[in-house]
Every structure is written in structure tokens, then in C-alpha cells.
Ligand binder design. Structure first.
Ligand code: SF4
Ligand code: MSK
Length: 657
């Protein structure tokens, strides 16, 4: 039961209207009884500002703020004379810059950890995937013959650092993209230099009195977004794999039923795997397990949420309690003994909900304190000084549990951890992994194409509903779905992350899934791991028969329930890489403007992908499938023509390029 001081009368929301997640519904009903408010209540009470929703206002200087009319976009201009296209493109650019900064800052922290490991100042972590280290060294042109792994790692670290700090030149992983995609970027003048440089220039170009031509601003928007997808995020994923292991398919449990009433429950929510990895070691420490038992618990139950939860689910099969819109609801169980967060997507409202159920909420990162939370700072050079303390505090809270516990019974299972390397191996076999079988199945039409369905959940749409309906429609039409971020948990709760879900797919896709033993929906990791989808797309081009650039592929992307600026950056890097990308919920740009037309049509004419928008999952599926079919037609795949797949000589030539 909630503390009296927090109890209030709540009757604004109907739980089964705001979420399709049964366990979240159950907890929202309980929260209502307990008088505890969540983001679902606040979303119902807070109507979005119609001008801000469409980015039709500017507060970039103090002659304003200036509000234009989203319904009559060319009816007026700002005090400085800025038009709707200037204002919207600047606002969009700042969203992309912020999203890119989030991923890039995360990536720089991973690089700092990697640097500490290779120079020996950090001893609690090490390189576990040397095969990946060597692959990356080779890709980056770092010599490997007769050198120690550590010497190679030092050079790899130096090369990867350029991703962030380089002032001139091209990002190291740009050369991972197909040659034709690289050419298109060069022709458009959007090859990123270093991510810090691009973010800085984006912010400068959007200052009052700087770049005031939307057609020029979009170039820096794309360059900044590409610095995320092929830079900040891609490096974060690769370092994560080198340090913690490249994921391989692992069965795991999801949903709130993974909490255990008789155990000390510790939840980790955020994005950086180093905290979670250290916590895993702390909860396995016999002394701490003994302390938990002495407090009356049968053990310590470590559970993830959101993206760091997904990293641990993918790499270690650690249970996962739910996605972004379940983070407050899980606290309502009363069963959480420590709620531990690091960075990104952490609602400030969690502090109040945690307080209502006497759950200590721990912030651990100096970049993300929350007023009212307990701060126990995490340092990679002595990580257990943080995680051991949190375990001890969790044990104390278990011992002093007051509120009645109500844990929803439901838990679901799924298979997760399909890295792009594993897809290679899964389809091509151990001897010579290859994307050729995937391409062959696309060429012969059993699989029509591939869709990335990624991103958050958002209280502006019923939680999980758009994800589930969209994905069901896609797989029914023989479109293989790959996922990252919170979207995966929505589908896992709906049972679509198991090989048994193959029967929900169309005849071609289900035949392939049954032959390989894979689900029709492949979870690839956290939101930062969207770069695995980019790399998989590169491998599809390289395997041959599906065109020469990413924009030739019969693929499409969607973020149907997105909520963050990171998602806008991801969307833009997919578009700039050549992928048709459809967003749901709302699109933050006014229709009928030249800038909107550029995003939704003009970029495609420049050789990139394009944006799409709809809230309706069936319409979203229809739009994505129509795009995939258009690409198939352009590739001549529906005229029964035999496509030429690359042989070994072609492959070597492509790799040498
Ligand atoms: Fe208004 Fe122009 Fe200042 Fe923006 S930059 S607030 S449009 S005067
Ligand atoms: S946590 S960015 S809600 S996917 Fe990566 Fe989930 Fe979206 Fe955050």
C-alpha cells in the first residue's frame, strides 16, 4: 500500500485502454487503488501543445519565442524573418543532434572503458571476444600478424577514437557501407567526420542567424545522424561485443512474473552494460547470497528492464521485467527491493512511485542524477564498490518489506540475441557463414523482404499494441522482422519471439523459419544496437543479387511507438543510409511544408531512403510492404529471372574494395 502522503484520487485512465500488456494493466489498477500516479495518468491529463508537437515554434533567441501557425504554416514568420521551413529544420536538426549526442556519449564511455582495459588501469573487465577484436582490427586496417591481442587492441582503440574526435576525414566505419552508398553520401556532401564535430556544427548551424536554408540544413542533419549510426552507436555496439561477448541466441523469460516474492529482487534499467555486468558478479558473490539468506530470502533475483536489460537478456539470458512504459508499473508490485538506473529513458516520476512502495531507487551515473533518488556512483575501476552496496541495501529492504506484495503471475519466453554475426552463421552454417541463403530466400520470394521494427513505447498510444499488430501483419505477408530496443519485449510478451511462432507467418517465411529453427521475429539487442541492422544490410548487399546499395534492398523500418529524440536520430540515419522508415505516434513536422516534402520525398530523389508516417499499424504494414514490393520489382525479382549470386572471386573483390 502506498504511503498516505502520496495517496490521491485517480480516475482518469482505464488500464486496458492505455496498455495491452496484461501485467501493466494489473499494476495500473493496483496503482489506482493505491492512489499512485504514473506517466499514463500524466499523459491523459497533459494534452500535447499543438504548435510544439509540429515544431512550429522557435525559442532559439530572445527576440522570441516565436509561434507560427501549424495549420497555416506560411501565414507568418518569426521576428527575425525565419520561415516555417527554417524553424522546423532547425528544430529537427536539434532533435537529431541530441539523439546523436546520447548515443555518442554512451559510445565514448564504452571507449573509455575499452581504453582502461587495454592500458591495464581497469581490471574488473577484459576482452572476451578476441575473434571480434581481430575482425574489427582487420576491417580498420590494423596489422594483426605476430602481435599480441593487447597491442592490436591499443591500435583498434586509437582507430575507434577517431569516430568521436576526428576533425577532418571520414569515420572509420563509413567503409563498412556498400561502395554505392558511400558514393551517394560523398555526392551529397554528408560523410561524417567525427561525431563531436558534427554535433557541434549542427548546434552552431541552428543558432539564430546561421544556416537559414532548410535544403542546406538537411545536409548537416543527415551528416550528424550518420555520425550516430555509422559512428557513435556502431562503435558502442562493437566495443560491447568485444568486452562482454557477441550475442548468440539465448532463451529468456520476460514480463513481470519474473519477479520472485521469496527473493531479493534487483532491477537494472538504463543503457550501459558495464553496471549490469558488475551487478551480475555482485549477486553471484557467496557472501552476499548468504546475507540474503540470513535476511530470510531464498536468493537474489537480478532482473533487467528497457535496453540494458535487453543487452543482458541477449548476452546472458537474464530475465527481463518489461519495456519503457512498464518501469513505473513494476514498482507497484511492491516486490522490487532495489531499482537501479544508469543513463537514458529513466522517468523522473519513478522516484515518486518507488517512494510509495518503499523501494530504494539508486542512480549510479554522474551524468544522470535524479532529485530524491539515492546516488551511489559507479566507477569502472572499482565497480563493485557501487554494486555491492546496492545489493546490501536491497537485502535490507527485503528484510524490512512492509507493503503487501502483488506480483502478476504472467511470464513469457522468447529467444533473443541474434547478432548480425549469428544471422550469418545461422543461415550459412559453421564452415562458411553467409548471407547468401537469406538473399536466396528473398530472391525466390519465400521471404519478401526484411523489416526493422524498433524503438520505444509511448503513453500516447496503447502500450505494445501498434508493435504487435504491425509485426503480425508483416510476418503474415512473409516479411522477416528484426528488432531492437523496447519493441522486442512487446513482441516477446505476445509470444512472437519463439520458433513456434512460425505458424503465424506466411507460408514462405514459416517454411524458412521451420527449416532453420528460428522465430519470424529476431531480437538484435538494445536501441544502440540498431547498427547491427545496418551491418546486416551491408552483408545482404555484399552477398549479391539484391542490388548495389542499401537503398536497393527490399527492406523497410518502423518505430511505431517511439518517444525519444534518440529515435529521431536513428530514423534519420536509416533514411540517410537508404531505408524507408515509418514512424507512428506523431511526426514532429507540419505537413504542407517544403521541409516535410523534403523528408518524405526529396531525400529519396537524392539516393537515400525517405520518411513515412501513420499511427495505424495495418496502414503502416501496408506502406512498408508496398515499398518492399516496389524494391523487388526494381530488382526484377518478380519476373522469374534467375539472379546471379556472388561467387568467391566477387566476394574477395568486394572485400578488397
Ligand atoms: Fe524568433 Fe527568429 Fe529568434 Fe527563432 S531565431 S526565436 S524565429 S526571432
Ligand atoms: S530504452 S530509447 S525507450 S527503445 Fe533504449 Fe526503450 Fe526507446 Fe529508451
Amino acid at each position: 500500500m502506498a504511503k498516505d502522503k502520496k495517496v490521491q484520487k485517480l480516475d482518469s485512465i482505464v488500464p486496458d485502454e492505455v496498455t495491452t500488456c496484461e501485467t501493466t494493466q494489473q499494476m495500473l489498477s493496483k496503482a489506482k487503488m493505491d492512489g499512485v500516479e504514473t506517466a499514463f495518468d500524466r499523459a491523459a491529463a497533459m494534452k500535447p501543445c499543438p504548435i510544439g508537437e509540429k515544431s512550429a515554434c522557435c525559442k532559439n533567441c530572445f527576440m522570441g519565442p516565436c509561434r507560427l501557425n501549424a495549420k497555416d504554416p506560411y501565414g507568418k514568420v518569426g521576428v527575425c524573418g525565419a520561415t516555417i521551413d527554417t524553424i522546423q529544420s532547425r528544430n529537427f536538426g536539434r532533435m537529431v543532434a541530441t539523439g546523436t549526442a546520447s548515443h555518442t556519449d554512451h559510445g565514448m564511455e564504452m571507449l573509455k572503458l575499452f581504453r582502461g582495459v587495454v592500458d591495464g588501469t581497469i581490471k574488473d573487465y577484459g576482452i572476451v571476444d578476441n575473434e571480434k577484436l581481430l575482425d574489427i582490427a582487420q576491417e580498420l586496417g590494423v596489422p594483426i600478424q605476430e602481435r599480441s591481442h593487447n597491442a592490436i587492441a591499443v591500435d583498434v582503440c586509437d582507430e575507434l577514437e577517431k569516430t568521436y574526435t576526428q576533425l577532418e576525414g571520414e569515420l572509420p566505419f563509413v567503409k563498412r557501407a556498400p561502395a554505392k552508398t558511400q558514393e551517394m553520401w560523398r555526392e551529397n556532401g554528408i560523410v561524417p567526420r567525427g561525431a563531436m564535430r558534427e554535433i557541434m556544427e549542427m548546434m552552431n548551424r541552428t543558432h539564430m542567424g546561421m544556416d537559414q536554408d532548410y535544403a542546406n540544413i538537411i545536409k548537416q542533419i543527415s551528416r550528424t545522424a550518420l555520425a550516430d549510426g555509422w559512428g557513435g552507436s556502431m562503435v558502442a555496439t562493437e566495443i560491447g561485443d568485444m568486452l562482454f561477448g557477441t550475442p548468440k541466441p539465448t532463451q529468456g523469460e520476460v514480463n513481470m512474473g519474473v519477479l520472485k516474492e521469496d527473493q531479493v529482487n534487483i532491477i537494472i534499467h538504463g543503457h550501459e552494460p558495464n553496471l549490469f555486468e558488475s551487478m551480475l558478479i555482485s549477486v553471484s558473490d557467496p557472501a552476499l547470497i548468504e546475507a540474503a539468506q540470513a535476511a530470510g530470502a531464498s536468493g537474489i533475483n537480478l532482473v533487467g528492464m528497457c535496453c540494458s536489460g535487453l543487452e543482458m537478456l541477449s548476452r546472458r539470458g537474464i530475465p527481463h521485467a518489461g519495456n519503457f512504459m512498464s518501469t513505473e508499473a513494476v514498482l507497484v508490485t511492491g516486490a522490487v527491493d532495489a531499482f537501479t538506473v544508469d543513463v537514458q529513458c529513466i522517468k523522473q516520476g519513478l522516484v515518486n512511485v518507488a517512494d510509495c512502495y518503499n523501494t530504494p531507487l539508486f542512480t549510479t551515473n554522474d551524468r544522470a542524477h535524479i532529485e530524491g533518488a539515492h546516488h551511489v556512483e559507479f566507477h569502472e575501476d572499482h565497480p563493485r564498490e557501487c554494486t555491492d552496496v546496492i545489493v546490501e541495501m536491497a537485502i535490507k529492504r527485503f528484510k524490512e518489506r512492509e507493503a503487501p506484495i502483488e506480483i502478476p503471475a504472467r511470464k513469457d519466453t522468447g529467444v533473443f540475441g541474434f547478432s548480425h554475426e549469428y544471422i550469418n552463421y545461422m543461415l550459412g552454417g559453421t564452415f562458411r557463414g553467409s548471407y547468401t541463403p537469406l538473399n536466396q530466400n528473398i530472391i525466390n520470394g519465400k521471404i519478401r523482404g526484411v523489416a526493422g521494427v524498433v524503438g520505444c513505447t509511448n503513453p500516447r498510444v496503447p502500450q505494445d499494441e501498434v508493435h504487435i499488430e504491425l509485426v503480425k501483419e508483416l510476418i503474415k505477408n512473409d516479411v522477416l522482422v528484426v528488432q531492437t530496443g523496447c519493441a522486442q519485449i512487446a513482441l516477446a510478451k505476445a509470444g512472437l519471439s519463439l520458433p513456434e511462432a512460425a505458424h503465424l507467418a506466411g507460408p514462405g517465411l514459416s517454411e524458412v523459419c521451420e527449416a532453420v529453427g528460428m522465430p519470424p521475429v529476431l531480437g538484435l539487442g538494445a536501441c544502440v544496437d540498431n547498427t547491427r541492422i545496418l551491418t546486416a544490410a551491408c552483408n545482404m548487399v555484399k552477398a549479391g543479387g539484391l542490388g548495389d546499395s542499401i537503398s536497393d534492398l527490399p527492406v523497410a523500418g518502423a518505430a511505431p511507438e517511439y518517444m525519444s529524440e534518440k529515435a529521431i536520430a536513428i530514423g534519420q540515419y536509416f533514411v540517410a543510409s537508404g531505408v524507408y522508415t515509418v514512424f507512428g505516434v506523431t511526426f514532429p513536422i507540419t505537413e504542407q511544408t517544403k521541409f516535410h516534402d523534403l523528408l518524405f520525398n526529396g531525400l529519396e530523389e537524392q539516393g537515400m531512403g525517405k520518411w513515412g508516417f501513420t499511427k495505424d499499424p495495418r496502414e503502416m504494414a501496408r506502406m512498408m510492404i508496398a515499398h518492399i514490393e516496389k524494391k523487388r520489382e526494381q530488382l526484377g525479382l518478380d519476373v522469374g529471372k534467375e539472379r546471379v549470386l556472388v561467387d568467391m572471386a566477387d566476394r574477395r573483390a568486394a572485400e578488397a574494395h
